[in-house]
Write a protein that binds this ligand. Sequence first.
Ligand code: ZN
Length: 483
Amino acid sequence: MVEVVEAALPDKYENMSEWYSEILDRAEIIDIRYGVKGFVVYRPFGMTIMKNIIKLYEEELEKTGHQPFLFPVVIPEKNLRMEKEHIKGFEGEVFWIEKGGYTPLEERLALRPTSETAIYPIYALWFSSYKELPFKGYQTCAVYRYETKATRPLLRGREFLWIETHNLYFTEKEARDQTIEDAEIFYRVTTEKLGIPFIHLKREEYDKFPGAVDTYAFDTLLPDGRVLQIGTTHYLGTNFTKVFNVQVHDEEGKLVNPHSTCYGIGLSRILASILLVHGDEYGAVLPFEIAPIQVAIIPIYKSGYSNEKIDKYCEKIYSELKGQGFKVVFDNSEKTPGEKYYYYDMRGVPFRIEIGPREVDTNKVTVFRRDIRQRKTIPYEKLIEHIQKEARDILRNLREKAEKRLRENIIEVNSKEELIKTYREHGRKIYKVYFCGRKECADEIKEALDGLETRGKPLNLEGEGPCIWCGKPGHICYLAKAY
Ligand SMILES: [Zn+2]
């Protein structure tokens, strides 16, 4: 008799915070006991998922002509201060190194909060002709921001992992086109491979990346109704190339400043989104491609039947799957089947294969699919084909569910009264409104509605109407609470 596995976690829609802390711990994603506020340890299981995620984005970046580099983590204070808007935006969040051993440093060094001011002085040395452009470079690294708001593991930390690109173009058009390509890259991985939908927004003027001309952002929806910014891309104009004296000769030999872009892929937050958006009360649910364990084979021994026979059959399945390149474990440890189910469910292992006497005697395989929690018994010869087909279906299912929820949580409201009433009734949702773009209105909305923020103009929607708050002419804008 196989034990029934009971749900181990609370409902994530009712109590996201508790669900999330439990899963980070029980699925061994991260360890929050490091003892420095805003810093966490990525455990081997969590880091393996992270590396698989990184690989997907890096592949897309390299396919689109980005080259890897790695700049130092420290930035000299004078570099950080050169672009005025930039330092204004980051000053309150910078970690400073002031001493080396016992000696005060001649110049303070910042731990990079982002790397423009580390990279542009070197770009000034690297490029001298328009013929060397475009240049597309990226690095995968940790950045440091002294968050003053409450920190939350992976969602808001003082150290987080990301990928940042820093591209140079001869023309404005090429640079602006890059922000579109960045969104396409983001879609190809985040939605098509990880099943996480997002809203593509142009942030309001007062909400731009410090030093940018235009900021575009990718927000996803979490189970508690808040949105999470998981990526951004910025057209920087010539703001940074001018300040850092990055110049190239044009066709006539005249010196000009190239246009630039930067793009941030929020890896820590993307990992959090995958757990939060796809997970259920049994634990994580991982897309097949990034799962550290894709298939777990579990023998179901029975008294009066040869354990050895079951083990042998399991080993045959193991070799077959391994030979196909799948990440597979054969778990014949002393734990009960129920304990094993709990363990692999919690870690989001997409498939579990259960082998008992019936499977051995009939040359069949029982496959349990984690996302829909259903078993199917199939002939042994069909196994590989079945896994491949169902793996694609898992991704389709996770993505469709997430897209449906995002769609259903966008509510259109047309007047101040309706916004206030609907917000009181429904709470955290994404509200579609007309908005004038003025910070005064945004501040008043935030104040009146419990922190509801203007997240910007959705790029797929055009339209004009009177601002929901002040009545002045406005554009379509989404309002939501955010992390
Ligand atoms: Zn207004």
